[in-house]
Structure formats: structure tokens, C-alpha cells
Design a binder for this molecule. Structure first.
Ligand code: ATP
Ligand code: MG
Length: 318
């Protein structure tokens, strides 16, 4: 489900739970083939009307755009016009080819998820490094739905940040493995006070649509607890990206049974945390041809038209 639609459900959750009676709504969703009989049974097993509504919403939150549309239509036709109106602006756009029309995986869904998650854009001059991007994607898939860490490591400036952001520009990966979205945090070298600010910012970002405005966490322990609950309850199956980690103690604040991708110059940075671990090594320096490609893009010439000195320049930059 699109992040925006999901947010509309979360934002209006209380009103929905308070008012809806689930049986007719579920009938419609079953006939739309977006809800199974087992899921209906699970909802029916709840004791109170409010608990049944809460369970149904939890189930829908894990589903796709069609389920959101079907739920919206059911509300509209079963006498809950006011509640349907609350969800109207969150109705996902119908895109051709299930939203996968873009050549390079940059569908509107991907754009929304990455923009909301704060993932950096491609540099203006950009060359592809498909093997490394695929290696990162493969490790992210290895995480499956279990908590764990993927470390992208390599020397300063070898392209870790750019490659990591590029690996996330993949509709299928995001939809299948991280339907809860992605959250990018540029960490850098920090002391305790700096880390607390990063955590406070992250918590306020993740709580942005909460009806109750919370005060920022006062210390790292509190922030860690807050983050754990947010990831568990509000953003299950999402990915945290911690860019540019220098010290392993920083990771303790994020050691919360969630799925994390980190970039670091230091391969051993995840040694102190628990869980499944995978790594991708980014070799330093681009291949000579890639260096020429970047130069040609900068000067707006074809590689074949570059003068002989271009080779010396690229070699000098290594
Ligand atoms: N595929 C690419 N195409 C073009 N430019 C790139 C590419 N990858 C990296 N760069 C450029 O190289 C520079 C360093 O890249 P990046 O920030 O990804 O490195 P890094 O390994 O994350 O560095 P650090 O260790 O300092 O965090 C940036 O200016 C970026 O624009
Ligand atoms: Mg970096």
C-alpha cells in the first residue's frame, strides 16, 4: 500500500475504530477479493466492536492499494460517508502496469516512499554500478522478514551512500520486503549529545501524524524505547538506513529487533550488536571506464571524443 494511504488509515484510525461495525464492510471486501475468510474469522473472534474494527484495520494496513480502495468503497456504501470522506484524500492513484511503467524502477510509488523516507537523490552526474547495487539488494532480500543488519562498507568516498540510495530505487524490493517504508538517517561522527538529537529528530519524523504530540525523548535510553515501539507498532516491515556510522556504540540505540542497513568505512562496526548480519564490500576507486564516463558527462562529450589527456586525468584521480 502507498505510504500516503497507509498514513491516512493511521491518522484516522481512532475515528474508524470508534464507529465502524465490521460485518457488512468485510462482506464487501471479501466480494472484492481483498479479504480472505480466514481474516474475516480472525476479526470476528474479537470480543468487542472496537476490537473487531481495530483488527480489521491492522489487517488492511498490511495489504495493497486495492484493499484500501475496497475499504473506502465499503465505508461509502455501508452508511459511513463521513468516515469515507476522511480517507478520500488517501486513495491511491491507479497507475498503469501496477505502477511499474518507469524504465529504471523509479515509479511514482518509489518516488513517494523514498521522498518520505528522506533518501538522498542521485548526484547530478551519475554512472551506474549494477553489480554493487544488485549485491546490496540481494542482501536486503536475505534479511527477509527477520530482524538484522546489512553493512555496506568501504573506503571514504567509494560511493557507499550513492549505491545504497540507488539500491532502494526498486519498486518490487520496496513493495515485497519493506511495505512499511524506509527511513534514512545521516548519522556521521557523533558524540552522545549529537546522537540524542538524531534520535529525537527520527522519533518526531516517525510520529509526525500522531494525534497526540509527544515531547522529545530526554535521553538515549528513552529514545531507544520510543523507537522500538514506533517500529513495532507503526512501521512494521520497514527499513532503517543509518548512513555513515563511525562508532559501534551508536548502533546500540538502534538495536531493536528491526531491519537496518548501515554504511560505514569500518567493516567491524556491527560486531557489538545481535541478529543476522550481511555485508557488501564496495571496492575503492571506480573502474577506469567509469571514471571516463563521469568525466564525459561533466564535460558533455562522448567518451570516444575525449582527448588522450582524459586517461591521465582519470588515472591521477584514483
Ligand atoms: N555512481 C556514481 N556516479 C557518479 N558520482 C558518484 C557515484 N557514486 C559516488 N559518486 C560521487 O562520489 C562522491 C562520494 O560518493 P559517496 O558519498 O556515495 O561516498 P561514500 O563512500 O558514502 O563516502 P563517505 O565514506 O565519505 O561517506 C560523491 O560526490 C558522489 O556524488
Ligand atoms: Mg557516505
Amino acid at each position: 500500500m502507498d505510504v500516503k494511504s497507509r498514513n491516512y488509515l493511521l491518522m484516522n484510525r481512532q475515528a474508524l475504530e470508534k464507529d465502524i461495525k465490521t460485518s457488512y464492510i468485510m462482506d464487501r471486501m471479501i466480494s472484492d477479493e481483498v479479504l480472505t475468510l480466514q481474516e474475516e474469522e480472525k476479526v470476528k473472534q474479537q470480543n468487542t466492536q472496537k476490537e473487531r474494527a481495530a483488527m480489521l484495520i491492522n489487517i488492511i494496513l498490511k495489504k495493497d492499494n486495492n484493499s484500501y480502495r475496497s475499504f473506502y468503497n465499503a465505508l461509502l456504501h455501508e452508511g459511513y460517508r463521513d468516515l469515507a470522506a476522511l480517507l478520500q484524500d488517501g486513495i491511491p492513484a491507479i497507475s498503469s502496469g501496477s505502477g511499474k511503467s518507469s524504465m529504471d524502477g523509479m515509479t511514482s510509488y518509489v518516488k513517494t516512499v523514498l521522498c518520505e523516507g528522506g533518501v538522498p537523490q542521485r548526484p547530478v552526474v551519475f554512472v551506474t554500478r549494477p553489480k554493487l547495487v544488485d549485491a546490496i539488494k540481494e542482501k536486503l532480500c536475505c534479511l527477509g522478514s527477520d530482524p538484522g543488519w546489512v553493512t555496506v562498507y568501504g573506503m571514504a568516498g567509494c560511493g557507499k551512500t550513492v549505491l545504497t540510495a540507488e539500491a532502494l530505487r526498486d519498486h518490487q524490493l520496496l513493495e515485497d520486503y519493506f511495505p512499511g517504508g524506509v527511513h534514512w538517517i545521516s548519522v556521521g561522527k557523533q558524540d552522545k549529545a549529537g546522537l540524542l538529537i538524531k534520535l529525537q529528530n527520527l522519533c518526531s519524523r516517525l510520529e509526525h501524524d500522531s494525534t497526540l504530540s509527544q515531547r522529545p525523548p530526554l535521553n538515549i535510553e528513552e529514545a531507544k524505547d520510543r523507537l522500538r515501539l514506533l517500529m513495532l507498532r507503526k512501521y512494521p516491515r520497514s527499513l532503517l538506513i543509518l548512513d555513515d556510522i563511525w562508532d559501534s556504540w551508536v548502533l546500540k540505540a538502534f538495536d531493536n529487533q528491526c531491519q537496518v542497513l548501515i554504511t560505514s568505512r569500518d567493516r567491524s562496526v556491527t560486531d557489538a550488536v545481535a541478529g543476522n548480519k550481511y555485508e557488501v564490500h564496495v571496492e575503492s576507486g571506480l573502474a577506469h571506464e567509469k571514471g571516463l564516463e563521469i568525466l564525459s558527462l561533466f564535460v558533455n562529450m562522448k567518451i570516444s571524443e575525449l582527448p588522450e589527456q582524459a586517461n591521465c586525468l582519470v588515472r591521477e584521480c584514483k
